[in-house]
Design a protein around this ligand. Structure first.
Ligand code: F6P
Length: 530
């Protein structure tokens, strides 16, 4: 196979080296290296990464590590942390790391905004806890509903579901989808008199969020809220406070963050307001501290002992040499059920790109598919394909090393799956349909237990891993222009469906292609029959 690789001597050396490994299996590596499991591991604080079940030998690692020099990874990391304008297509810095440790920056305005907003959030949290925030009928707020989508939804949702119990107060819910069933279901269980909506949107223009904001207002009005009291039920978290003000949110209830914080990197910012209020400022601080600790590890460790760097290099190895299209992420922890979706956005919106930082078309593969679900549940769905399918899908397993008395079964299941993927079946008498050939790679990430600190570390670990991938592929991970076209066409088509344009016969110009035209005609036809 002719590999399409980024330019550079080391990439070519890796290509030659890759050919020499084709006959070596994971089983062979383990048989030949009794200490492999200890050697190919990194421990940092409560995290322990075992990356021994990968198709690598020492030479592979040495060459992959050389790639870091070839792409000047050190300089890229320095530029990220110092707040340089690295998001060149939007002429912005990407300052999310400064949200967990402001000392990386010298920008006093940025730091002051952080301090001010932090104080205001502590006050809001206290006022909520003391029952001082009331709805239109003067009853204290009991339910928070986050309205947001993408980074303004998945991150806060992940934290709330990971770190709260269902009996914690206030109750917290999320509305995200444009589909009205989402809002309808959430609001059916809420009381208009005691519900506070947090409208989270960096841009404050996103269709889903604007629409759900409107639905929330309609629901409040229908529930007896006078129009003049609507503002008591809304808080905004945004990088465009003027837009929130124009939409009718009271200025005292608008919390803002800097435009240099990307949507999928915004859980550390005010965009995570619902999470901050839900778990409280103290736990939220621990979450930030965990991320800051991981950043320190990332900045200061040699590449060979650097968790995000090693993980990114392995991703590159599979994507660009084995030509794998996907990676599965499987936390054996129900509280991390939202992690795969969070990582899907993080990796696919960051690194699903086909032009270089300077706008040249790329001939090599970049970010593939990231998907997953929680173990053990997904053992009963896509694991069949992981074990016996024709596509090689590397896996990230995550599991706590500590737990309650039931935890042994969960822990054993996780480690067993990694071992089974590596080893395969060993009974030679099995019929072909029962044979697992093994030789399938995985990483296993242990964490002591799921605290706010550990969650912060995990999310920062994946963030920095995505960043290193982007540096090696020479792409900008901080923009997402690809999402714009579909939004624009949807707007045009909606105008054609609901606007004043006359569309009486079957041949009218609903769309420029026959498929779109036909589909829209179906909608109109069905609508007219009602
Ligand atoms: O459509 C993509 C996107 O811009 C994401 O990057 C972002 O997380 C999401 O939409 C929501 O954007 P906003 O916070 O501006 O509403």
């Amino acid at each position: 196979m002719d590999l399409q690789l980024p330019p550079g001597k080391i990439w070519q050396q890796l290509a030659s080296h890759f050919q020499t490994l084709s006959d070596v299996s994971l089983q062979d590596y383990f048989a030949a290296e009794p200490d492999r499991g200890q050697r190919l591991a990194i421990e940092f604080g409560p995290l322990y990464l075992d990356y021994s079940k990968n198709h690598i030998n020492q030479q592979t690692l040495d060459l992959l590590l050389e790639l870091c020099n070839e792409c000047q990874l050190d300089q890229h990391i320095a530029d990220l942390f110092s707040g340089s304008v690295i998001n060149n297509s939007e002429q912005r810095a990407a300052r999310h790391t400064a949200l967990r440790n402001p000392e990386y920056l010298t920008d006093t305005v940025f730091k002051q905004q952080l301090q001010t907003e932090k104080r205001r959030i502590i006050q809001l949290h206290e006022a909520l806890a003391n029952g001082q925030i009331a709805g239109f009928s003067n009853k204290a707020i009991k339910t928070l509903v986050n309205i947001g989508v993408g980074g303004s939804d998945i991150g806060p949702r992940l934290i709330v579901n990971a770190l709260r119990t269902t009996s914690d107060e206030p109750a917290v819910h999320f509305i995200s989808n444009l589909d009205s069933h989402d809002a309808t279901k959430v609001l059916a269980a809420a009381d208009p008199e005691t519900t506070l909506f947090i409208v989270a949107s960096k841009s404050f223009t996103t269709l889903e969020t604007r629409q759900n904001f409107q639905r929330a207002q309609d629901w409040l009005l229908a529930g007896g809220c006078p129009a003049t009291a609507l503002e008591q039920h809304f808080v905004a978290a945004t990088a465009r406070p003027q837009a929130a003000l124009a939409a009718g949110i009271n200025s005292d209830r608008i919390f803002s963050f800097d435009t240099s914080i990307g949507g999928r990197y915004s859980i550390w910012s005010i965009a995570g307001l619902t999470a901050m209020l839900a778990i409280g400022p103290r736990q939220y601080d621990e979450f930030l501290q965990g991320a800051a600790a991981l950043d320190t590890h990332f900045v200061n460790s040699d590449p060979g002992t650097n968790m995000p760097v090693i993980l990114a290099l392995l991703d590159i190895w599979y994507r660009n040499f084995f030509n794998t299209a996907a990676r599965a992420v499987v936390p054996y922890e129900q509280r991390l059920a939202d992690l795969p979706a969070y990582l899907t956005q993080l990796f696919m919106e960051s690194n699903g790109k086909s032009v270089s930082r300077d706008g040249q078309s790329l001939s090599w593969q970049t970010g593939g598919v990231i998907f997953g679900g929680t173990g053990t549940t997904v053992q009963h769905s896509f694991f069949q394909s992981l074990h016996q399918g024709t596509t090689l899908i590397p896996v990230d397993f995550l599991v706590a090393s500590q737990g309650d008395s039931d935890h042994a079964a969960l822990f054993a299941s996780c480690v067993a799956q990694a071992r089974a993927l590596m080893l395969g079946t060993t009974d030679n008498s099995l019929p072909a349909h029962q044979v697992c050939h093994g030789n399938r790679p995985s990483n296993l990430l242990l964490y002591e237990n799921l605290t706010p600190y550990v969650l912060g570390m995990l999310l920062a670990l994946y963030e920095q891993r995505a960043f290193v991938q982007a540096c090696l592929w020479n792409i900008n991970p901080f923009d997402q222009w690809g999402v714009e076209l579909g939004k624009q066409i949807a707007g045009d088509l909606q105008d054609k469906l609901t606007g004043t344009q006359k569309m009486a016969d079957a041949d009218d110009d609903l769309g420029d292609d026959s498929s779109t035209r036909r589909l829209l005609q179906h909608y109109r036809h069905n609508k007219n029959q009602k």
